[in-house]
Design a protein around this ligand. Sequence first.
Ligand code: GUN
Length: 280
Amino acid sequence: MVLLNGKELASKIRQQIKEEVLKLKSKGIIPGLAFILVGDNPASQVYVNMKTKACEEVGIYSINHRMPKEVSEKELIEVIKMLNENPMVHGILVQLPLPEHIDEEKIIEAIDYKKDVDGFHPYNMGRLARGNPLFSSCTPFGIMKMFEHYNIDVKGKDVVMVGSGNITGKPMTLMLANAGATVQLCHIYTQNLEEKTRRADIVISAVGKPGLIKSNMVKEGAIVVDVGISKVAGKVVGDVDFEEVSQKASYITPVPGGVGPMTIAMLLYNTLLSVKLKEK
Ligand code: GUN
């Protein structure tokens, strides 16, 4: 069994980004990324802090907009418009989830797609669906990078994607299909999930349900990627029963230290891509 060490790979990618940022700075260009955090969701605060720290480490200038949970849709859109116009800002990230009274779709569509480093805007999702991506969602993009690094060729592989969300499941399905994999997208209405996962060469789970993927659900030698993040008794765990499943898998991601660090590395990568596109 090989551990897919996202932490180590992400660190290498961050080092490369750091060097590129230095080169840009010598030309007088400072990459900038703006974060918008609405409300006081503790997990969201942790994520934004981690992303801000990662920017600092590679020399990307970051701006943090914290807004109260009562903020109106209109006020939030005003801030986004201001950031769209700000030439110092190359990327805009609105941390999700947003409070109930705010229409997430409207907010995402308000972001200039050229600064949509999360890859959530319909323009960027559409480009991905057409097989011609501009900005790709960071979590699935990081997983593709990890496959590439470990020489895992997905072409012709049977993949089961568990979880059909906009952040991971849907864009992951498109990226894999673009790369020649046969992908089955499973969700809460899927019947006999275990029958499907048991046939898969690659199982990816992005649900947020600890213990969802057990060893009787994967075939011998399968590649298993765990995107879930939950807290059980103060410990961060994924969707995969790691103890059991790692006995059967050929490659597996740990939680923490697998997909998570890759997501952040790809956010920095996308921010740099935005700078390059602008300067071209
Ligand atoms: N919430 C959970 N994951 C993400 C992410 O990748 N980006 C944003 N903006 N919000 C999230």
